[in-house]
Write a protein that binds this ligand. Structure first.
Ligand SMILES: NC(=O)c1ccc[n+]([C@@H]2O[C@H](COP(=O)([O-])OP(=O)(O)OC[C@H]3O[C@@H](n4cnc5c(N)ncnc54)[C@H](O)[C@@H]3O)[C@@H](O)[C@H]2O)c1
Length: 275
């Protein structure tokens, strides 16, 4: 038997990682987990100043030379510029976490009932949640192919891309200063992310590029007690997730610990999809 360091399979030393939506609630944990595991991280986000500031805090905390890059993933020229900057600074990209998802500035339009949902709002969300993943996977995938060393791509979906929401849990909910729901465009976009992952996994398998989905369940981020109670009652583990609980699955998928895993979806939902 060869002498393998099993713990070493999770080591990301020397790897260069790109995380879109890296300045968000989960994105910050994802970036920090990659940095602590040895990767050099590009924090990519449409909120440029947050990305720059957070990348600096990663360097202060973990050492290395992490960078922040402002980029709108739904815009081709912005994605092209982002890729160029990262390749110039890092030399190569080994890990892509396609993680950004859009919220609307117009919450009334975003949370509108399906019967009144506007095509413009639908397209705006799709342009980030799905087209953004397409554009970033396409540009980073081309870069990985040119490098000739394979790579790992992880795409964030949502439990509501795997199963429909139980709409009853939104009675009495309050978040972002208002009553909320999960709009159909969110479920449709996240279901499509899982499809895109499967397609790319088989398409790029012969290039050594693995592509997998990470599917979070509902994560605590300031929802009111009534929402937390109703959501938790649907969960076998009887609680919402903490944001850091998503990181283990990412580190597994990003590293050689999952070297024979592609096209899969790791669901981190406290068991919600099980019953
Ligand atoms: N938090 C949850 O409960 C939960 C549950 C299931 C799935 N998810 C998924 O996890 C991922 C991260 O979610 P989060 O909770 O951190 O959300 P978040 O809103 O805190 O973070 C999303 C980040 O994406 C960025 N972003 C938005 N539009 C962008 C664009 N056009 N270009 C580049 N960046 C853009 C935002 O600025 C933000 O920093 C998302 O894909 C989300 O759908 C989250």
């Amino acid at each position: 038997m060869n002498q393998i360091s099993y713990r070493g399979l999770f080591d990301l030393s020397g790897k260069k990682a790109v995380v879109t939506g890296g300045a968000g609630i989960l994105g910050r944990h994802f970036c920090a987990g990659l940095a602590e595991s040895g990767a050099t991280v590009a924090v990519v986000d449409v909120q440029e100043s947050e990305a720059l500031e957070f990348a600096k805090s990663l360097t202060d905390r973990y050492g290395g030379s992490h960078i922040g890059v402002g980029c709108d993933v739904s815009n081709l020229s912005s994605v092209t510029t982002m890729l160029k900057e990262i390749v110039e600074k890092f030399g190569e990209i080994n890990i892509l976490h396609n993680n950004a998802a859009g919220k609307s500035d117009d919450l009334d339009a975003f949370f509108a009932p399906f019967e009144q949902y506007s095509l413009g709002q639908w397209r705006q969300i799709m342009s980030v949640n799905l087209e953004g993943m397409f554009l970033v996977a396409q540009s980073v995938g081309k870069q990985m192919i040119a490098q000739g060393k394979g790579g790992s791509i992880i795409q964030t979906a949502s439990i509501y891309g795997v199963m429909a929401p139980d709409h009853r849990i939104y009675e009495g909910s309050f978040y972002l200063g208002r009553k909320i729901n999960t709009p159909a465009v969110y479920t449709a976009s996240k279901a499509a992310v899982i499809g895109l992952t499967k397609y790319l996994a088989t398409y790029w398998a012969d290039k050594g590029i693995r592509v997998n989905t990470l599917t979070p369940g509902g994560t605590e981020s300031g929802q009111n007690d009534e929402f937390k109670r109703l959501y938790s009652a649907r969960i076998p583990m009887n609680r919402m997730a903490h944001a850091y609980e998503m990181v283990g699955a990412l580190l597994y998928l990003a590293s050689d610990a999952s070297s024979y895993v592609t096209g899969q979806n790791i669901i981190v939902d406290g068991g919600l999809n099980t019953w």
